[in-house]
Design a binder for this molecule. Structure first.
Ligand code: 13P
Length: 300
């Protein structure tokens, strides 16, 4: 069933846990996420990021996400991730998305505030929620630019981009958003060195802001660090790169094991879904506080 971000994160707040928010730029991702959430009987967020337009357009993927979320046996929020244009947010809202993220983090502060207020106004007319960001979370989800091994040279976000707690309070008061994405040391994509998270900053933001906090760049964080962040107010964890990489690498292994035999596309699709579902299950267990959920998530 469909649910808004505001309502789904109230569940997380009541249980003092976090919910996974998984990017789904293809049908296989949607199936992997929803089937796993149903197995664990957990609410979940599926999201479409504007940067994935070149993989598949929102106008094709959005209605599929909404239709499958409506049919699901668990509460599902369908969310637009990192929308940078208000017209794009409007497109998602018209399709029935129950939440949108306006990302004005690249703008001057007062422009970010003004546009986020417009996003809140637009979304409230549709009964939907809004997430927004101050500070900047580096790189793009699923990004694999870099050296020949696909590694980035260094973790991109520096402390100068971290969310300022006082500005966070001002931003939330002015905009009346439902959830705040903050920058405290995570980045999208693959980490080259172990991320060093600024937990004190996170706690300070939480004391100044009375709404759920969102971690972007959730792939590649160790289980203890996820738990620490959850204990300090993170209620939504955006996660995509590792599930996609695990799906892709498993398909690669299976294809290699076939040698000179034919490989059928329907099998490729199924291998990908199964491998992503295993990774998603590990992630969901850690985020929700269920036992035995660390193996795949911490695997490099
Ligand atoms: P990862 O790239 O770390 O999986 O993060 C995804 C994300 O934050 C989407 O907004």
């Amino acid at each position: 069933m469909l649910i808004t971000m505001k309502n789904i994160l109230q569940v997380a707040e009541a249980k003092q846990c976090a919910l996974g928010a998984f990017n789904t730029p293809n049908l296989e991702c949607v199936i992997a996420v929803l089937s796993t959430a149903e197995k664990l009987n957990l609410p979940v967020i599926i999201q479409f990021a504007e940067v994935h337009e070149d993989l598949i357009p929102l106008k094709i993927m959005g209605p599929i996400m909404v239709a499958l979320a409506e049919k699901s046996t668990v509460p599902v929020c369908v969310h637009l991730d990192h929308g940078t244009a208000l017209a794009y947010l409007s497109e998602a809202l018209k399709m029935g998305f129950t939440s949108v993220m306006y990302d004005g983090s690249g703008l001057e502060y007062h422009d970010n505030v003004a546009n986020t207020c417009m996003a809140v106004e637009m979304a409230s007319r549709c009964g939907a929620s809004v997430e927004a960001e101050i500070g900047a979370i580096g790189r793009e989800e699923g990004s694999s630019l870099g050296d020949k091994a696909g590694n980035h040279v260094g973790n991109v976000t520096g402390e100068s981009c971290y969310t300022d707690p006082d500005q966070a309070r001002d931003f939330v008061t002015r905009t009346k958003i439902d959830a705040l994405a903050c920058s405290f040391g995570t980045v999208h994509g693959i980490y080259v060195t172990k991320p060093s998270l600024d937990f004190l900053r996170l706690s300070e933001i939480r004391t100044k802001v009375n709404i759920p906090l969102v971690m972007h760049g959730g792939s590649g964080i160790c289980a203890d660090d996820y738990r620490e962040c959850i204990s300090r107010g993170i209620r939504k964890i955006n996660y995509y790169t590792y599930m996609s990489r695990n799906g892709g690498n498993y398909v690669k292994e299976k294809c290699a094991s076939k040698g000179s035999e034919d490989v059928y596309f329907h099998d490729v699709v199924k291998w990908g879904i199964d491998a992503m579902a295993r990774d998603i299950m590990s992630a969901m267990k850690v985020f929700s506080g269920l036992p035995h959920g660390v193996d795949n998530v911490t695997k490099e």
